[in-house]
Ligand binder design. Structure first.
Ligand code: 13P
Ligand code: SF4
Length: 373
């Protein structure tokens, strides 16, 4: 059914929010961590025959998308990072939108937001390096309060997470008393602490329906909210947030691809606007899109999502011809081999969450994970 209303800060007399103020690491905690774990010396980053040999099996995973000219620049970092992970007892979690040299060559676990959250509950290592954006690192920290969670660049935000605050959720609750609130995981811990349950794009419909309520507030992605509303009879009240990567796609663009080749298959992420999803052959989270490609093996495919994911799929399935309109997420792209190396050497930036919100935020994430399992 059509969504019941879309709200934003201006509906409560507030100006629209600017880019997220991503919390910086607490200097006291930084000093304590540094003292306990000294900064390690910079390893050699020379391209040598030894580096070539040690990384040859990893290059095989990405040779379809990384040229032999680029690899000598990346391989010394890949080798050094993989060695440092052992030395630091660290594990790297990487989102599907990370670039192929990160996703295929140094990540221990890769996946969509739900898979990463579930895997974060199983980590044994003392240090998690989150290759993704800040809300993902916060989710890992919520689920691992005793572990050190690092993000190589703490400025890696998200236009959805920055569209809403915990105070906005409190105002929504006052406007709609008794209506349960679902937050997409693409939100800050501050927002997660104010809601009943989290969801990802993999499980949004199930989470909404699990509440057994006639009406649900679903935030902050207005397009994911519209997608969920199209799949359920639950009345949805939405927030005005949008993903800056997916909202740029248009239905016209998809129709042009189809006109150029009527046999092409088009798959899209549900953060896209409805006119885009109306043109797609399949809609799903990043993990569901990848599974669809593995199962269907289309001859020619248009992937309507962040560009690096298409590279990651091409690396795995080089026989699928993928058209990738290259919308890059500037936040995901803040994570690079050099800053991952730096993160492991210096143990920066450590993610911390205000203890006054952490327990409540953790409950919203755990409630979602427990629903799944
Ligand atoms: P999923 O990987 O959960 O589909 O999320 C996509 C996304 O935009 C993450 O920021
Ligand atoms: Fe946020 Fe969109 Fe980037 Fe994902 S792709 S991190 S939703 S801005």
């Amino acid at each position: 059914m059509p969504i019941a209303g879309i709200y934003g800060p201006e509906d409560f007399g507030n100006p629209p929010h600017g880019p997220a103020a991503v919390p910086r690491r607490n200097p006291t905690a930084r000093a304590a961590a540094r003292a306990a774990e000294p900064v390690l010396p910079m390893p050699s980053l020379e391209w040598t025959p030894e580096v070539e040999r040690a990384t040859a099996h990893l290059y095989e995973r990405v040779r379809a998308v990384i040229s032999p000219v680029e690899w000598p620049l990346m391989a010394p970092y890949v080798k050094a990072i993989n060695e440092l992970k052992q030395q630091r007892d660290a594990v790297i979690l990487a989102h599907n939108y990370q670039t192929p040299e990160i996703f295929h060559c140094i990540a221990d676990i890769g996946g969509d937001s739900l898979q990463l959250a579930i895997e974060a509950t199983k980590v044994k290592s003392g240090i998690i390096v989150q290759c993704g954006v800040h809300f993902m690192a916060e989710t890992s920290k919520l689920l691992n309060p005793e572990k050190t969670v690092l993000i190589p660049d703490s400025r890696a935000g998200c236009s959805l997470a920055s569209s809403i605050t915990g105070a906005d959720v409190r105002l929504l609750r006052m406007r709609f008393p008794g209506v349960p609130v679902v937050a997409y995981v693409n939100t800050s811990a501050d927002v997660k602490a104010e809601v009943d349950i989290c969801c990802t794009s993999s499980n949004a419909v199930e989470v909404v329906e699990s509440l057994n309520a006639p009406t649900v507030i679903f935030l902050p992605d207005q397009y994911l909210a519209k997608y969920v509303a199209s799949k359920t009879s639950v009345k949805i009240i939405a927030w005005k947030g949008a993903c800056e990567v997916h909202e740029r796609f248009t239905g016209d663009e998809l129709r042009a691809y189809r006109e150029a080749d009527p046999s092409v298959q088009i798959i899209a992420h549900p953060e896209c606007p409805p006119d885009v999803l109306a043109e797609a052959d399949f809609t799903g989270s990043t993990a569901h899109m990848i599974k669809w490609v593995r199962d269907k093996r289309p001859r020619r495919l248009v992937m309507i999502t962040e560009c690096s994911m298409a590279d990651n799929v091409r690396a795995e399935l080089p026989d699928v011809e993928i058209v990738q309109p290259c919308n890059l997420c500037p936040h995901m792209k803040r994570i690079t081999l050099p800053n991952i190396l730096d993160s492991l050497l210096t143990l920066r930036e450590e993610v911390t969450i205000d203890p006054s919100i952490a327990d409540k935020a953790r409950r919203s994430v755990e409630r979602m994970i427990n629903l799944k399992n």
